[in-house]
Write a protein that binds this ligand. Structure first.
Ligand code: 9YW
Length: 425
């Protein structure tokens, strides 16, 4: 085992708060949904029990209606805004701990399959009951997605808040977010810029709109039907839909192993619906998949990493495969590390500002996986190698400047450590 693998494991241990992992100390002091799913896969490379525990602690926050919240506030902390009082979700979730009121990409099902497969190769028959329990939690959350976030049956699931996407200030949301008011009743006490330079973070107006949206949904008492009608921001997101579709395929795999026939049928129907929805979002002229703004009815054409995420769920045809390969190569041309989260030739590109250009190791992990699934192994190997090199050069930071390779954002980041462990596995 290399020293760097040791260091990655040490970061997960350092960020462990008792069976769950914070994304990084101070900046993000709670349990985040998709971070934990990625982290559980990192743990699975060396500690299966701890991998299961990460997901078990996450579902402590699952709502009665199946939603898996984006943050679980296991213990109080004043280093993050907005905390539990701003969300005020207590009545939607009748057990402790308190949570935020929105969700995040459902990587959970992908993680469960990944860790279960490793457990099986290690001959760990004892994980069966744990797998079954987590499987049912995931299934409830997939039902929630389909019922609550695709009520108009497009085969695409919608986000009602940019934080749900996991790509908070992506240029993809600019037009839709501009319609949201900047007026808030809550005083905005940003903590993030105390930990990280403001030049790398979302702008103040973004935060005002993020909090305005929280207030709109809080006034709906977090009732999903009321939220759907009241939402001033509503985007059918291809990245979210692709992750849900892939996680659904992974749950089908688990259900087959567990011999759960009704669940296989139910999940297969969901899978078919989502793949049909995704296929309709491909655009030849853009050489990628585009989200749909449900309020304006328009395609969101901004070139972001989301263009390529559907590869984790979909089998491309030959034309699409060549187009995606050319497009990713174009985006990476001249970069020390690709794939940038916004195309470098776009006028929105900013190499250091969060989701407007920087490279994220977990996004590369998804892209590598999607390229391999689509028989583009050579390009996948290049991106994988670049990601590993970037981490080895700059450390386990939150994200990387694609032009210089510089490490940015929070340090000792859990999901960057997890990405390293999995890509090296
Ligand atoms: C926030 C924790 C989270 C990630 C998101 C990323 C950022 C900020 O940090 O969100 O306040 O929630 O955009 O993807 O889960 O690492």
């Amino acid at each position: 085992m290399s020293d760097i693998t040791d260091a990655a494991r040490a970061i997960l241990a350092f960020n462990d708060r008792g069976g769950y992992t914070v994304p990084t100390d101070a900046l993000y002091p709670f349990q985040w949904n998709w971070d934990s799913a990625f982290v559980s896969m990192g743990f699975a490379t060396f500690n299966i029990d701890r991998a299961y525990q990460e997901l078990e602690r996450l579902i402590e926050g699952q709502w009665d209606d199946g939603m898996l919240p984006h943050i679980v506030f296991h213990v109080p902390s004043d280093t993050y805004f907005p905390g539990p009082d701003v969300w005020n979700t207590h009545h939607r979730h009748h057990k402790k701990p308190t949570t935020s009121g929105i969700t995040q990409p459902p990587v959970f099902g992908m993680a469960l399959r990944y860790i279960y497969e490793i457990a099986l190769t290690e001959g760990r028959e004892d994980v069966l009951a744990r797998t079954r329990l987590l499987f049912h939690a995931a299934l409830r959350s997939h039902r929630w997605w389909m019922k609550v976030r695709d009520p108009e049956k497009r085969g695409l699931v919608a986000i009602l808040h940019p934080w749900e996407s996991g790509s908070d200030n992506s240029p993809a949301w600019d037009e839709a977010l501009a319609r949201v008011s900047t007026i808030t009743k809550t005083e905005i006490c940003r903590q993030d810029t105390k930990h990280v330079s403001a030049a790398m973070r979302p702008h103040h107006a973004d935060y005002q709109r993020f909090i305005h949206l929280v207030e709109v949904y809080r006034e709906c008492k977090w009732d999903p039907v009321k939220q759907w009608s009241a939402a001033p921001f509503k985007v059918a997101d291809v990245q979210m839909t692709a992750i849900l579709a892939r996680a659904t395929a992974d749950l089908i795999w688990i259900a087959s192993h567990l011999n759960l026939l009704d669940e296989i049928n139910e999940l297969s129907t969901i899978h078919r619906i989502l793949l049909d929805g995704l296929r309709g979002r491909w655009r030849n002229n853009l050489r990628g998949f585009v989200s749909l703004d449900l309020i304006s009815g328009k395609d969101i054409q901004k070139p972001t990493q989301a263009y390529f995420i559907p590869l984790i769920a979909i089998e491309l045809d030959t034309y699409q495969r060549e187009a995606v390969q050319d497009e990713i190569e174009r985006w990476c041309n001249g970069m020390i590390v690709g794939v940038p989260s916004t195309a470098p030739f776009s006028s929105d590109f900013e190499s250091k500002r969060y989701w407007r250009g920087p490279v994220w190791a977990v996004i590369n992990w998804l892209i590598v996986d999607g390229l391999c699934k689509n028989h583009l192994a050579e390009l996948a190997a290049i991106i994988e190698g670049n990601t590993i090199n970037a981490i080895e050069r700059a450390g386990f930071c939150e994200y990387f400047d694609p032009i210089t390779g510089e490490g940015l954002g929070g340090n000792s980041f859990s999901w960057t450590a997890a990405a390293y462990l999995v890509l090296r596995h």
